[in-house]
Design a protein around this ligand. Structure first.
Ligand SMILES: [Cu+2]
Length: 343
């Protein structure tokens, strides 16, 4: 399988490079967010200066939670240890034929979803294998020296250990906080940090959606939008869920440049917990608006099976990729014991 992927990547590179050569006369000069001058054909970022290709599976990312390596202190406190490695030299085919230089935590955009329980002691071993300075700035409560702003971590293997107590309860972003911030974030150095309440939440089919976008021609406007990086992915690969089963979506808006984003669900309404900090929902709605790093938890159940869209109700965003489908399977068809439930 790995061999097959390598062959595929090799072939796609062969396809891309001749077209790049053919289009050489159309090369344009772009100024990147940090003022770097590059020559490219524009809409498609040519893989000029990068060394490897990122493989990312949005379906795997959706329900993957990293609880760290767990140990206990003598006083009973749970310790969770994670390792996060930053890199900035990879290329990702974010849409067919569209290659973009992504900056990654643990090789993907978004980085891993870090999950812990309120009061756990977190140790995040951060290694910067990039060519620029990077950090991890967690949203949440922690000492000043653990804020990922002033303790800049140098390139080429620089290290720093972030250590703090998990809190408050909710869903939070983490991201690089090195200047120019816009450049470090839009290239992909961000991820999700979930803090569960000690008493837990009701069992549910849980998933994470990071709303993101890519400015592939450096004009400070996004060319593509998505839930979890790949435009239109969940439209072509619907997310399978069941009727009468609680669904919990941790949603984080990381779209830069556009002041707002939003989340509309079809054929249903959801209970909405802004930032997830309160255990009682604030709204029952089918639409929330989110500014940069605004986030929350959505909970809903579908009564009727079938296909339901979810998307940005900012139509420009949904037409440029931020759209997906929930495929609701009739649980009663496969599980007769559940059929009596509620009858
Ligand atoms: Cu950075």
């Amino acid at each position: 399988m790995i061999l097959l992927l390598s062959v595929t990547i090799g072939l796609s590179a062969i396809v891309v490079f001749p077209s790049f050569t053919d289009a050489e006369s159309e090369l344009k000069t772009f100024i990147t967010h940090s003022g770097k001058v590059i020559r490219t054909t524009g809409e498609v970022i040519d893989p000029l200066y990068t060394v490897s290709t990122v493989e990312f599976d949005p379906m795997e990312y959706l329900r993957e939670f990293n609880y760290g390596e767990v140990s206990k202190l003598p006083d009973g406190t749970t310790v969770r240890e994670y390792t996060i490695i930053a890199e900035d030299d990879k290329v990702m085919e974010i849409s067919p034929g569209v290659f973009y230089n992504v900056w990654t935590y643990n090789g993907t955009v978004p980085g891993p979803t870090i999950r812990a329980t309120e009061g756990d002691l977190l140790k995040i071993n951060f290694i910067n294998n990039g060519s620029k300075e990077h950090t991890i700035h967690f949203h949440g409560i922690h000492p000043a020296g653990m804020d990922g702003v002033f303790e800049v971590v140098g390139p080429g293997g620089g290290k720093f250990v972030y250590e703090f107590e998990a809190g408050p309860v909710g869903v939070h972003p983490y991201h690089c906080h090195v200047m120019p911030l816009e450049e470090h974030i839009v290239h992909g150095l961000y991820g999700v940090f979930i803090v569960d309440p000690k008493e837990g939440r009701e069992p549910a089919d849980e998933m994470v959606m990071v709303l993101n976008g890519f400015d592939t021609d450096f004009d400070t406007e996004n060319n593509f939008y998505a839930a979890n990086t790949i435009p239109f992915y969940y439209q072509h690969h619907p997310i399978q869920i069941n009727t009468n089963e609680l669904i919990r979506v941790y949603v984080v808006n990381m779209v830069e440049f556009d002041p707002i984003n939003n989340f509309h669900l079809h054929g249903n309404l959801y209970n909405y917990y802004p930032t997830g900090t309160d255990l009682v929902p604030s709204f029952y709605t089918d639409m929330v608006t989110l500014s940069q790093t605004e986030r929350g938890i959505m909970e809903f159940e579908y009564t009727y099976p079938g296909k339901y869209l979810f998307h940005a109700h900012k139509v420009e965003f949904s037409e440029k990729g931020w759209v997906g489908i929930f495929l609701v399977n009739d649980k009663s068809e496969s599980d007769t014991s559940e059929k009596e439930y509620g009858s």
